[in-house]
Design a protein around this ligand. Structure first.
Ligand code: HEM
Ligand SMILES: [Cu+2]
Length: 528
């Protein structure tokens, strides 16, 4: 395989173009992957800064720094930026970088569309950010954009919604590209059931994206016509129903949370075998479990609406359907633990983040089961318990998987080893502070502190103070992460092709040079 790469350079060089235009016009999967991930990292810091504005205000009871209207704009934008600007693009970037390499393809199947999928993103995000400077400010009705509240805002509505449309188009194009690539570009001998799990989880995610983004686009377009063209889809006075919007939103929104977690499952399933020096336990059950979770994510949406006054049969159905997801999720956790069982484990930074992912994501899963019980959810609904739950699955879940993936593949991408000592420091600071940040929020919620409020009763003061301290430590720890990445790009100890001991048994990427040549597989590798 390496000989195929070596003989290629004979005729002429078609490496990257020079200067800024390389990035504007690029159709190269690695360049586009880099663009996505850089954008995601910047948006992670922007969204994180907004979270710190929120946590600064909530450090103590009373109003300190921001007015309530701006506070609500911050919660809304923080969420939209983190979901659509940080986590989703980061995974899209990983997909672009790794999927062609992992399946032995020369590039993504639709490279020009790939360029578009990326370049829509910065414009959509700038559009979203521009609403902060409009009359009436940014949207302040939560990331769910529920009517009637969202319709009562200022000038932001059409801009925010156009931004959402562009983000959706970008995601759908990326999803189509991933499916077509995985189905048509595999090297000879790579059957579907030999595809690395990261590719599998992304293919399933891509189907979810294509299925639900249009539903969201439709729902927000109906918001627009309600606001500007006198329709009454969501307006009771005109014969409509605001609960209809909730159904449409969550038919999108619930699968959306799996869109942010399924690729994490793939990443973790690649990393744990490498550092356990064993093959993944139960490969095919992992594929079926992921597909089952994907399917089930479409039939549980109304667990977000237990309090709207559903018929009893609906409450029961959505309770049981939601709990069913614990079964395939349990299969996955069992398989990860079984992979580690009696393995020759070492604890480099990617493995540390992967293990923290398994433990902390499982905690988020258990609070999810608590909320699935519809009568109990009447107490949790719209409290800080919810905030604690979804941040446990999104931060030590999705974000830790992204950290793990970055440390795992960074030597492959840059050709240099990262600073392991700083990586471990980043891990420990992040893991301790993320628990300080979100664990107390469970108790705040159970004691009745509502979410999305800038002020609270003094009984909640202590846990909020701890939580805010955790938030600031977590936030500033991320600067270490940024520094480690920049340092590894600029040089250091040369990385071998294999990078991790025995890694060549765990994926095609470890048989290529570090960094891989600009055009990856000009001759398809042989898969046994
Ligand atoms: C990393 C540190 C993070 C911190 C400190 C943080 C903090 C917060 C805070 C304080 C809120 C407001 C809660 C409230 O409604 O009162 C919030 C809401 C939210 N956050 Fe985060 N967050 C973080 C990361 C993330 C990530 C990575 C995501 C998504 C991928 C995310 C998604 C959300 C969502 C969806 C909401 C709900 C907004 C709403 O109620 O409309 N957060 N976050
Ligand atoms: Cu849900």
């Amino acid at each position: 395989m390496s000989s195929a790469v070596a003989t290629h350079d004979e005729h002429h060089d078609h490496g990257p173009a020079k200067g800024i235009l390389r990035w504007v016009f690029t159709t190269n999967h690695k360049d586009i992957g880099t663009l996505y991930m850089t954008t995601a990292l910047i948006m992670f810091l922007v969204g994180g800064a907004m979270a710190l504005v929120i946590r600064a205000e909530l450090f103590a009871p009373g109003m300190q720094f921001v007015d309530p209207m701006f506070f609500n704009q911050m919660t809304t934008l923080h969420a939209l930026v983190m979901v659509f600007g940080a986590v989703m693009p980061a995974f899209a970037g990983l997909a672009n970088w790794m999927i062609p390499i992992m399946i032995g393809a020369p590039d993504m199947a639709l490279p020009r569309m790939n360029n578009w999928s990326f370049w829509l993103l910065p414009f959509a995000l700038i559009l979203l950010a521009s609403t902060l400077f409009m009359e009436g400010g940014a949207p302040a009705a939560g990331w769910t954009l529920y009517p009637p509240l969202v319709l009562q805002g200022g000038a932001h509505l059409p801009f925010a919604i156009f931004s959402v449309h562009l983000l959706g188009i970008s995601s759908i194009m990326a999803a189509i590209n991933i499916i077509v690539t995985a189905f048509n570009m595999r090297a000879p001998g790579m059957t579907l059931m030999k595809m690395p799990l990261f590719v599998w989880t992304w293919v399933i995610t891509a189907f979810l994206l294509i299925a639900v983004m249009p539903v969201f686009a439709g729902a927000v377009t109906m918001l627009l016509t309600d606001k500007f063209f006198g329709t009454s889809f969501f307006n009771a006075a005109g014969g409509g129903d605001p609960v209809l919007y909730q159904h449409l939103f969550w038919f999108f929104g619930h699968p959306e949370v799996y869109i942010m977690i399924l690729p994490s499952f793939g990443v973790i399933s690649m990393i744990i075998p490498t550092f356990s020096r064993k093959p993944l336990f139960g490969y095919s059950s992992m594929v079926y479990a992921t597909a089952s979770i994907g399917f089930l994510s479409f039939i549980v949406w109304a667990h977000h609406q237990y309090t709207v006054g559903m018929p009893l049969a609906g409450e029961l159905y959505f309770t049981y359907a939601t709990m069913l997801i614990a079964v395939p999720t349990g299969v996955k956790v069992f398989n990860w633990v079984s992979t580690m069982w009696k393995g020759a484990m070492t604890f480099e930074t990617p493995m540390l983040f992967a293990i923290a992912f398994v433990v902390l994501f499982t905690m988020g899963g258990f609070t999810g089961l608590m909320m699935a019980i519809s009568p109990a959810d009447l107490q949790y609904h719209d409290t800080y318990f919810i905030v604690a739950h979804f941040h446990y699955v999104l931060v030590p879940g999705a974000v830790f998987a992204l950290f793990a993936a970055t440390y795992y593949w960074l030597p492959k991408w840059t050709g240099y080893m990262y600073d392991e000592r700083l990586g471990k420091l980043h891990f420990w600071l992040s893991t301790i502070s993320v628990n300080l940040l979100f664990f107390p929020q469970h108790f705040l919620g159970l004691a009745g502190m509502p979410r999305r409020i800038p002020d609270y009763a003094t009984q909640f003061a202590e846990f909020n103070a701890w939580s805010s301290v955790g938030a600031f430590v977590f936030g500033f720890s991320q600067l270490i992460f940024v520094y480690v990445i920049i340092k590894a790009i600029r040089g250091g100890e040369k990385a071998t092709d294999e990078v991790w001991e025995g890694a060549h048994e765990h994926g095609l990427e470890w048989t290529l040079p570090s960094p891989p040549p600009y055009h990856t597989w000009t001759t398809a590798p042989e898969i046994k």
